[in-house]
Design a protein around this ligand. Structure first.
Ligand code: TUI
Length: 317
């Protein structure tokens, strides 16, 4: 059994978080992951406060175990979602795609453990100073919105720079990645792409099939030219068109700002994996089948324990 200080802090069995994937991470998936002993996370995504409140109520009906809510800071409804998370006094808030410090006092006053996703040492230090309980260091192997650094380079630098626990994310899909993350100085992991293939994940079957078909070189990053909204997705007609448009000589940050609007919903809900945005991480090529969330958690923990052998004593209770 791999236990670490994050398990004790949050009251979870395994130090495994499920990424707060927009249009994917709903109460059903979050409850399955939490029931499986990890930390299930509901994505507030671009929805308003009412959607989030309903999902929180649903997850509480399905599990008595701890869960989290992810606030996507680029969302136009981030203020409303942040307020709902505080009102509902959810156990954990994770944040993504920005600087969460403006909300942190409100969450901390509500007794919430705040665990931001960060993509640099400076942001890790800033949120730790502001009272973060831990940080999720996410490398650019991850799917969706990403920073510049790789997991291999980011995790040890963050682990050396802050005293709060570090959760590694980006490119982790099995027990080898889990074990490697612990060796790099993390005390837990977050996975998104692997949980896309959880049986309890309600993303469209075409999306799951696209992840299963993916190879090591199937993903590409859109939005690199002007930065600000870099996003890793599986290559398709959508990404080809996006990249053609962003590298056109007359393109400007303003002219491409709206390019991705609605595209994730199109793939995740409608199942249009050609014209939609199929966000997934670079580890997609390793993944071959659907399993229950609990099986995923058990399997990668067993693999990591086997690999770590005696070294596991550092994490095992
Ligand atoms: O947030 C994510 N991944 C996401 S959010 C998302 S929703 C979306 N939909 C359409 C277009 C774009 C996004 C899809 N995937 N991951 C967490 C994450 N946060 N990765 C990187 C960061 C990050 C980057 C910069 C966190 C903080 C940060 O700070 C920069 C600053 O100075 O504000």
């Amino acid at each position: 059994m791999i236990k670490s200080k994050i398990c004790e802090m949050l009251g979870i069995e395994y130090p495994i978080f499920q990424g707060g994937m927009a249009w994917v991470a709903d109460a059903n998936l979050a409850a399955a992951v939490s029931e499986g002993g990890g930390l299930g996370i509901i994505a507030a995504m671009n929805a308003g406060g009412d959607y989030l409140r309903e999902q929180i109520r649903l997850v509480r009906e399905k599990t008595k175990r701890p869960f989290g809510v992810n606030i996507m800071l680029m969302s136009p409804h981030a203020d409303a979602a942040a307020a709902v998370a505080a009102e509902e006094r959810v156990p954990v808030v994770t944040t993504g795609a920005g600087n969460p410090t403006r909300y942190m006092k409100m969450w901390l006053d509500a007794g919430i453990k705040v665990i931001p996703v960060i993509a640099s040492v400076s942001m890790a230090k800033m949120v730790a100073r502001a009272g973060a309980a831990a940080v999720i260091a996410e490398g650019q192997e991850a799917g969706g919105h990403i920073g510049e650094l790789t997991t291999m380079a980011l995790v040890p630098q963050v682990a050396s720079a802050v005293t709060v626990p570090v959760i590694a994310a980006g490119g982790i899909g099995d027990g080898r990645g889990f074990a490697a993350a612990l060796i790099l100085g993390a005390c837990g992991i977050q996975m998104g792409t692997r949980f896309l293939l959880a049986k309890e994940c309600g993303v469209h079957q075409n999306y799951k099939d696209a992840v299963i078909r993916a190879t090591d070189i199937s993903t590409v990053v859109t939005g690199r030219r002007f930065g600000g909204n870099t996003c890793r997705c599986i290559k398709n007609a959508f990404t080809r068109e996006f990249i053609r448009t962003e590298y056109a000589p007359d393109a400007t940050p303003e002219s491409i700002a709206e390019l991705g609007a609605g595209s994730l919903r199109l793939a995740a809900i409608e199942g249009d994996v050609k014209r939609g945005s199929v966000m997934a991480g670079q580890i997609a090529g390793l993944l071959t089948r659907e399993q229950s969330a609990a099986e995923i958690i058990r399997e990668i923990t067993a693999e990591a324990e086997e690999l770590l052998g005696g070294v596991a004593a550092k994490w095992v209770e």
